[in-house]
Design a protein around this ligand. Structure first.
Ligand code: C2E
Ligand code: SIN
Ligand code: SIN
Ligand code: FE
Length: 355
């Protein structure tokens, strides 16, 4: 415990210094307010004991000057005074003193006060430590919750992949395309990350579609396609009503990734900005991936044809602003393709890039 002692009377100052040492505390003795104030850059103490009557600058003025400084604002100060005038004491309290000592100093009273104040300072420090510890625990718990959410998402995605060999690679690419488009669209880093984590579940509703339709190699009949379209609402229902904001976003994406900007999509035929932005972005990411890769029912398209196809559909199938973001994100998207696709396609991407 470091105790600041300020008194212009050298005898009293020496006496208080001795009493503080007896308490096993460290005295920081000053014989004038000026010397204290000129030392504030390095002065550090736990308790302040200040004489009320000093020449040039009274104890109350010193107190005001000290408590104006952030680092001393919450320190406990005691004012030493012979004056029993209530208005004097009021001044000291208003300036931030929490207690008084009467002159001449009674050693037992002085030491008892210092012990009490030391206990108070200890308790305060412990509380501050505890608050700090709690803050760290909360941060840790939030981080763990976030990790659990990500794990649940990954496991759901794995569950869906048992139906379709292609899915794991497809969902990974759609996740990265969605993130890249989101970033180019101007969404902040956290939102882009959420898009990367939530978008892999856009087709989770396909677990509810019969395999004869899901794995059909030829073209779907009108009725089969109608059944297939149910995957959007099934996916939304699987994910909806979670208290996790990430799963809520995933539900929004699953339900809206087949809507079209012109209102000709499904399941709700929403148009324009009534389609959630997340769904407008994943619609484009999903289409880009579906077109550039082979499916049981179609061959892979080359990148140029796909990019032209998407640009032609800006304002009809796709949100024009999302198409702009897609074009801006294209270098990043192509490098994701390169990293995730078989070598034949990688060669194709390299050909387009060098063209
Ligand atoms: P998917 O294979 O993941 O395709 C996602 C979306 O990419 C399709 O949504 C569509 O918007 C686009 N897309 C994929 N291939 C083509 C294409 O060759 N031309 C054009 N213009 N767009 C394409 P969509 O059409 O709502 O289909 C949803 C899902 O239904 C597809 O997911 C796929 O699993 C299935 N599906 C659609 N058509 C057929 C089909 O003719 N045969 C089979 N077996 N499945 C189909
Ligand atoms: C899925 O992501 O669950 C389906 C993959 C696909 O065929 O588009
Ligand atoms: C937007 O349009 O920029 C976001 C609002 C929406 O999701 O419709
Ligand atoms: Fe889909």
């Amino acid at each position: 415990m470091r105790i600041l002692l300020v008194d212009d009377n050298r005898t009293t100052l020496r006496y208080m210094t001795k009493l503080v040492r007896k308490l096993d505390a460290e005295p920081l003795a000053y014989d004038s307010p000026e010397s204290v104030l000129s030392d504030t850059s390095r002065l550090d103490f736990d308790i302040g004991v200040i004489d009320f009557q000093m020449p040039f600058c009274s104890g109350v003025e010193l107190l005001r000057a000290l408590t104006r400084l952030e680092k001393y604002r919450d320190k406990p100060f005691i004012v030493v005074t012979a004056d029993t005038d209530p208005s004097t004491r009021m001044d000291a309290l208003n300036a931030g003193a929490i207690d008084f000592l009467t002159k001449p100093i009674n050693p037992l009273e002085f030491q008892a006060r210092m012990r009490n104040l030391s206990a108070l300072v200890d308790a305060r420090n412990k509380l501050a430590d505890k608050a700090d510890w709690l803050r760290q625990e909360v941060e840790k718990a939030l981080r763990e919750m976030r990790e659990r959410e990500e794990e649940i998402i990954n496991r759901l995605t794995i569950a869906a992949s048992y139906k379709d060999q292609d899915t794991a690679q497809h969902t990974r690419r759609v996740a990265e395309y969605s993130e890249a488009i989101s970033a180019a669209y101007g969404l902040d880093v956290d939102r882009c990350r959420d898009m990367r984590l939530a978008s892999p579940m856009h087709d989770i509703g396909k677990v509810g579609i019969p395999d004869v339709i899901l794995l059909k190699t030829g073209k779907l009949t009108e009725q089969e396609f109608a059944t297939m379209q149910r995957h959007a609402l099934i996916g939304r229902d699987i994910l909806a009503e979670s208290s996790s904001s990430l799963l809520q976003l995933a539900a929004e994406i699953a339900g809206s990734h087949h809507e079209r900007w012109d209102g000709q999509g499904y399941p709700l035929r929403l148009a324009g900005t009534s389609i959630p932005l997340s769904g407008r972005i994943v619609a484009l990411a999903d289409n880009f991936d579906a077109l550039t890769t082979a499916r049981p029912y179609k061959a892979a398209w080359d990148v140029e044809t796909t990019v032209d196809h998407i640009n032609e559909r800006s304002g009809s199938q796709f949100d024009p602003d999302v198409v702009k973001a897609f074009n801006k994100a294209l270098p990043k998207i192509l490098s994701v393709m390169l990293a995730h696709l078989p070598s034949t396609v990688s060669r194709e991407v390299q050909r387009v890039r060098s063209a």
